[in-house]
Design a protein around this ligand. Structure first.
Ligand code: DQA
Length: 143
């Protein structure tokens, strides 16, 4: 099983960015931990972060044939991007949408996602553990 983890805009700032909302764990901490869990599960895992919407579209296209599933935190593009939705639909790869914070407790504009209805599942509000939960879910799922 090959899993690509995609982190969207501003997530490179994790650890220092609004720590009361997103915690003090850095993106490197999250990726290192995910790789360790993936190793223990016999899963091949790669993680990438990008701030630019079009680059995220390119990254999603490149995943075709290289990975079996995607874990994506689209960050702010969740709430704005038809392009990311179309890219994920276009490669027809199963994906889990993850948000660190509980977006439903927050501003109304964060309540809508352009991706959720085509995701296998959505995790929000579990903090950084949401990524691990998504990984463990995909590892036990028969694709
Ligand atoms: C986020 C929630 C989004 O609303 C926000 O724009 C982010 C991060 C989360 O992980 O909680 O950048 O996706």
């Amino acid at each position: 099983l090959r899993i690509l983890v995609i982190h969207g805009p501003n997530l490179n700032l994790l650890g220092t960015r609004e720590p009361e909302v997103y915690g003090s764990t850095t993106l490197t901490d999250i990726n290192d931990h995910l790789k360790a869990v993936a190793d223990s599960l016999g899963v091949h895992l790669e993680a990438i972060q990008h701030n630019v919407e079009g680059e995220l579209v390119n990254i999603i296209h490149s995943a075709r044939g290289q990975f079996d599933a995607i874990i994506i935190n689209p960050a702010a593009y969740t709430h704005t991007s038809v392009a990311l939705r179309d890219a994920l639909a276009g490669i027809a790869m199963p994906f889990v949408e993850v948000h660190i914070s509980n977006v439903h407790q927050r501003e109304t504009f964060r309540h809508h996602s352009y991706l959720s209805d085509i995701a296998i599942g959505v995790i929000c509000g579990l903090g950084a553990y949401g990524y691990e939960a998504a990984l463990r879910f995909l590892a036990q799922r028969k694709i």
